[in-house]
Structures are given as structure tokens and as C-alpha cells.
Design a protein around this ligand. Structure first.
Ligand code: ADP
Length: 189
């Protein structure tokens, strides 16, 4: 069983590489960003609460995200494995994920971190804003997301370093080059 967490700052290509991973490996995809946007689109109470924060570039509280994540895991009891995109995003979430998996007799095979310089990330996000119109892809909100990333999300790296599960990947290159690097890591897990 393969359980992967795809990690990286906003704009690092997690969503794009996830699609390629799902084509190749039989995993259930769990993107907390997508789940939250679904909740917003359906105008649930949870979605409304999340939207206030997302539109400011802030993270959503752990309890809220964890609840949605657990639901998604329990809806897929026969999964061969999971691909987590955008989770864990805080040190606490990383610990929670270990517990959620071990309660189900699973464990995380590895955390793959897409590493991209901030200047390139900003360019990619502003480019994406032109075509996808995500409400959090404005210059101001992008800056706030980077700040959240640096203060709250970067510590996740240390969590996985401690478990020998941290696998950094150069996230600059063509989509296929980057995918090949990811595959190489997975094949060695
Ligand atoms: P990106 O990686 O480009 O910022 P995502 O789609 O992964 O985009 O996330 C969008 C927003 O959803 C984040 O800025 C954050 O507010 C919220 N979010 C997503 N995942 C989490 C999480 N695990 N914990 C807290 N907030 C989250």
C-alpha cells in the first residue's frame, strides 16, 4: 500500500503532478483545497467559515480540515492507498495524519516536497489567476499565503525529517521532468 503526501508552497505544482500520479498509481486523491472549495461552492456553514479565511490567504483551523479529511478517508475504505495534496499543512496536522493512518493500520510511505523559488511561484500563480480566476490568486493574497506557508507550513518538513520520510524534489523543469523525479522517489520507497 502506498500513501503519499505531496507537499510544497502555493504554486509549486502539487495539483498538476497529482493528476499524473493518479493516472499511474491506484490511489484515492484527497486535496484539502479542493474539498474546501467544494464546501464553499455548496455554501455549507463550514464552507462559509473557510471562505473568510481562504480569501485572506490564511489557513483554515486544523479541526475543520481534519473533519473533512477523515470523512473522505472513511468514504473510501477499500482504497489501495491515498494521495494527500495540501495536507498536512501544519506541524499539528502532520501528527494527526500519523494517528489517522495508524488507527486504520496504515502509515505514510513518504512526503514528497516540491521545491520552487518564490519568484517563480509568484509568476506561476499570477499566470494561473488569468485563466482560472481563483479568488485567492491575487498579488496581495498570494503574499499572505507565502507568509502562512513560511510560518506554519515549513515546520512540517522537520516533522518528516525526524521520521526519515522527507523527500525533496526540484520542482523547476518541464512537467514530465518533475514527474520523473517524483516517480524515482516513489519507486525507491
Ligand atoms: P495552494 O497550495 O495553491 O495555496 P490549496 O488549494 O491547496 O492551494 O489551498 C487553498 C487554501 O485552502 C489555502 O490557502 C488554505 O486557506 C486552505 N487550506 C487547504 N488545505 C489546508 C489545510 N490542510 N489546512 C488549513 N487550510 C488549508
Amino acid at each position: 500500500m502506498l500513501n503519499i503526501a505531496l507537499f510544497g508552497p502555493p504554486g509549486s505544482g502539487k495539483g498538476t503532478q497529482s493528476k499524473k500520479l493518479l493516472e499511474k498509481y491506484h490511489l484515492v486523491y484527497i486535496s484539502t483545497g479542493d474539498i474546501l472549495r467544494e464546501q464553499i461552492a455548496q455554501q455549507t456553514a463550514l464552507g462559509l467559515q473557510a471562505k473568510q479565511l481562504i480569501d485572506k490567504g490564511h489557513l483554515v483551523p486544523d479541526e475543520l480540515v481534519v473533519k473533512l479529511l477523515e470523512e473522505k478517508m472513511d468514504n473510501n475504505p477499500k482504497a489501495d492507498g491515498f494521495l494527500f495534496d495540501g495536507f498536512p499543512r501544519t506541524f499539528e496536522q502532520a501528527g494527526i495524519l500519523e494517528d489517522l493512518l495508524s488507527k486504520r493500520n496504515m502509515s505514510l510511505s513518504g512526503m514528497i516536497s516540491l521545491e520552487v523559488p518564490e519568484k517563480e511561484l509568484t509568476e506561476r500563480l499570477l499566470q494561473r489567476a488569468k485563466t482560472q480566476g481563483r479568488s485567492d490568486d491575487t498579488k496581495e493574497v498570494i503574499e499572505a499565503r507565502f507568509k502562512e506557508y513560511a510560518s506554519k507550513t515549513m515546520p512540517v518538513i522537520d516533522f518528516y525529517k525526524g521520521l526519515n520520510k522527507y523527500h525533496p524534489i526540484n520542482g523547476v523543469g518541464t512537467l514530465d521532468e518533475i514527474f520523473a523525479r517524483i516517480q524515482q522517489v516513489i519507486d525507491n520507497l
